[in-house]
Ligand binder design. Structure first.
Ligand code: FAD
Ligand code: NAP
Ligand code: SF4
Length: 681
């Protein structure tokens, strides 16, 4: 097959009348944190340059506020003065030098701002905000419109090809659009005509200022997924009014940030909401892009080939792989580093006020700092352990020009990731294994599987450097009766080595305890990944948007097992899970009636079950099985002591990932540590 012919519709140019996009792929807006400080613009330019070089048709920046009230965070990225223009020039020049096109997103956060100047349609605090907003006055609204117009004009001066006006995810314009947040009785509230007046006025006045040859994309909320969200008729009426006053194309947004329905985490079925974008396409005559959980080209191609939508917008997949489009165009889909929807290094970082990066690509956001240079001193490198840390280290070391051998005692690559991908909703993790397998092969790494390496072998084979990435061993707590036949480990369960009964206690409520919970609750009669219709039923989503906001009563299936999830510490189980995904795991377990207990003392295990004491009260959990998910210890038996290291001819030993430190371990840290060490050899 000729390169790229498998995805012809995706790679087709899109003529917008006054300009042409080279393909149908948008890199959607993501806040990286770099846009907030002027001194980080060289890094931001390098980040976008890499993505433009990767062939994407249209890039959208992270949200830039038109004024101080619109800040997401104190002193967040703002474009309201001619002095800011030269910072943005670095970005637009970099993208244009690589033949790309870029829009600046204008984002006014409204009541979602984490700062004291917040404003909204009405003075109603959001459930996820610290600050109560002030309702904008008539004068305030006029000033806000002027700020948008000034911001768009400055973006034009800075060389952007257009702007995206953020009208979804529950930010200011969405707050004006919906009765949930707009309780005004003046000409900006009440009927949908009044509620849409602000976005319509903004688009009208921006268009008048910037002229016809400037892309004006509007990110429209097509499914609010909150009570008091808009009906489908209102969504359409707004889009048609916006089109009339000058929108060039629509991007689509799904769900407000405060919605209690997941919209982008890995357990959301791929392209789940594309049909809603396709419905909008029927109602307008300008192009429409589908968004959310589109991460691989086959789904993207199918969406465009069907004529449902004109473009696809993918954000996180471009953190994971800047070369996504070029790889599709040259028929190298198997080389794509797929975004697995974990949110661990992107959104979770943003919410923690850290720079966004990517679990599977630690260079994202660090393009100028984590550089894989060719070595001038080729070394013989042994990497022991082919989990995320070892695979990452071996790939980078080989790409830098070293001679690398990667050992693993098991039959295949992947380490614990092979276990993780057994968890319902984590099916995407298999993509990371496919990606690394291909990358290691291309980099010329010698792979030695089914070899449990000893220290003697490592020293005898005259390696210059040895990287120990041997991972962990599960912790076995010393509870009386822990050797009882009812007790199994998370590996026994997830590797399906045992048949588990209907009543189960899980010791340990960390990430693995929650995952084991979801695994045990899954009814094997339901296919994996979970079909879209089933997922919508479980969460109460109406893709036909018959009801306001697209919400219907959830109709979850009966719990498949009765579970207890236990921890010794005080506080909410799962408090340490990711900010943007932990609530989803907790919601699934709560919906299935899992009894979650904190401050538990494990007294013993016997034929009756698990004996515990909580707040001084003894209780027996009469369960068929007890699963140990009590954390992990480093496996670093191959590490020589200092005296042995000093012997002549001994290679230099390093430890990464779980082998270095098991607490707070995750694949993000493992992959990053592997890459950073290998780049420094
Ligand atoms: P490992 O993945 O443990 O790999 C170590 C490798 O070393 C193994 O393949 C082992 O066979 C090999 N080895 C050991 N000793 C030797 C020897 N002497 N000779 C040869 N080979 C040897 N992390 C996340 O970030 N996000 C998640 O959502 C997530 N979910 C998870 C769900 C589950 C159920 C589990 C079990 C883990 C999950 N993790 C998750 C954790 C993540 O998988 C680990 O943090 C990561 O795999 C650690 O990587 P590592 O390379 O250090 O070690
Ligand atoms: P973990 O998050 O450290 O949780 C271990 C659990 O075991 C805790 O609930 C702890 O709570 C309990 N525990 C610790 N020592 C114990 C003992 N001696 N006896 C009884 N209970 C004990 O580790 P994990 O769940 O094993 O996960 C391993 C790593 O994989 C984690 O670091 C995690 O980040 C990663 N992971 C991530 C995800 C994700 O979605 N991001 C998912 C899975 C795994 P108490 O001490 O209070 O009892
Ligand atoms: Fe995707 Fe996870 Fe990377 Fe974010 S951190 S871009 S969700 S793979």
């Amino acid at each position: 097959m000729t390169p790229g012919t498998a995805h012809p519709h995706l790679l087709q140019p899109l003529d917008l009348g006054f300009t042409t996009l080279k393909n149908r792929v948008i890199m959607g807006s993501m806040h990286t944190g770099l846009e907030d400080r002027f001194y980080n613009y060289p890094k931001l330019a390098a980040y976008f340059r890499e993505r433009a070089k990767g062939g994407v048709g249209l890039i959208v920046t992270g949200g830039i506020s038109p004024n101080r009230q619109g800040w997401l965070l104190p002193f967040g990225g703002t474009l309201n003065s001619i002095f800011d223009v030269r910072n943005h020039r670095q970005v637009t020049d970099a993208v244009h030098e690589e033949g790309g096109k870029i829009l600046m997103q204008i984002l006014h956060s409204g009541r979602y701002g984490y700062q004291p100047f917040v404003v909204s349609a009405s003075a109603k605090k959001s459930p996820i905000s610290l600050f109560k907003p002030k309702a904008l006055s008539e004068r305030g609204i006029q000033a806000t419109i002027r700020a948008y117009v000034r911001c768009a004009e400055l973006a034009r001066k800075a060389g952007y090809d257009g702007v995206e006006i953020m009208g979804s995810e529950g930010y200011l314009l969405n707050q004006f659009l919906c009765a949930r947040t707009n309780q005004r009785t003046d000409r900006w509230g009440g009927s949908i005509e009044n509620r849409m007046r602000l976005p319509v006025e903004i688009v009208r006045q921006v268009r008048a200022k910037v002229g016809p040859n400037f892309i004006l994309m509007y990110r429209h909320s097509v499914l609010d997924l909150v009570e008091g969200g808009n009906s489908w008729d209102e969504v359409v009426a707004v889009a048609q009014a916006l089109e009339k006053v000058g929108v060039t194309l629509f991007n689509t947004g799904i769900g407000w940030h405060e919605a209690r329905i997941p919209t982008i985490v890995t357990s959301v079925p791929r392209a789940a909401f594309a049909s809603v974008a396709a419905r909008l396409r029927q109602a307008v005559s300008v192009p429409v892009a589908a968004s959310n959980r589109i991460n691989m080209p086959d789904e993207a191609e199918a969406l465009i080939a069907s004529g449902g939508v004109d473009m696809v917008s993918m954000a996180r997949p471009f953190l994971a792989d800047p070369q996504w489009v070029n790889k599709v165009a040259s028929g190298r889909v198997d080389e794509i580093n797929t975004c697995i929807g974990c949110n661990q290094a992107c959104l979770d970082h943003t919410f923690a006020n850290q720079r966004a990066s990517c679990l599977v690509n630690p260079r994202a956001g660090f393009e100028t700092e984590l550089v894989y240079r060719q070595t001038t001193q080729k070394k013989r490198v042994a990497v022991v352990g082919a989990g995320p840390a070892g695979m990452s280290a071996a790939a980078v070391a080989a790409e830098c020009g070293h001679a690398v051998t990667l050992f693993d005692s098991s039959e295949s690559l992947g380490g614990q990731f092979k276990v993780a991908m057994q968890v319902p909703g984590k099916e995407e993790f298999v993509q990371t294994l496919r990606y690394f397998t291909r990358r290691l092969e291309q980099a010329g790494v010698k792979i030695r599987l089914k070899q449990r390496v000893t220290r003697a072998q490592l020293t005898a084979k005259s390696f210059d450097e040895v990287i120990l990435a041997t991972g962990i061993v599960p912790r076995r707590p010393s509870i009386p009766g822990v050797d009882h036949a009812k007790v199994v480990t998370y590996l026994d369960v997830l590797q399906r080595k045992v048949t588990i009964g209907k009543r189960v206690a899980i010791i340990g409520a960390g990430g693995i305890g929650f995952d084991v919970g979801e695994f045990l609750l899954h009814d094997p009669a339901v296919a994996l990944p979970v079909p879209l219709a089933h997922w919508c039923q479980e969460w109460g989503v109406d893709l036909q948007a018959q009801s306001n906001g697209g919400l219907v009563p959830a109709a979850p299936a009966q719990p498949y097992r009765q579970l207890f999830l236990l921890q010794r510490k005080a506080g909410k189980p799962g408090a340490g899970l990711g900010k943007t995904s932990g609530w989803v795991h907790r919601a699934v377990l709560q919906r299935n009636g899992v009894e979650m207990l904190s401050e538990v003392e494990y007294t013993r295990i016997d034929d009756a079950g698990l004996h515990i004491r909580v707040n001084g009260v003894d209780r027996v959990l009469e369960v068929d099985h007890i699963v140990l998910c009590a954390g992990q210890e480093p496996l670093a038996e191959l590490m020589p002591d200092a005296a042995a290291q000093a012997l002549p001819g001994t290679p230099t030993f390093h430890r990464i990932g779980g082998a270095a430190l098991a607490s707070e371990l995750d694949a993000k840290r493992a992959i990053r540590e592997g890459a950073v060490l290998a780049a420094s050899l």
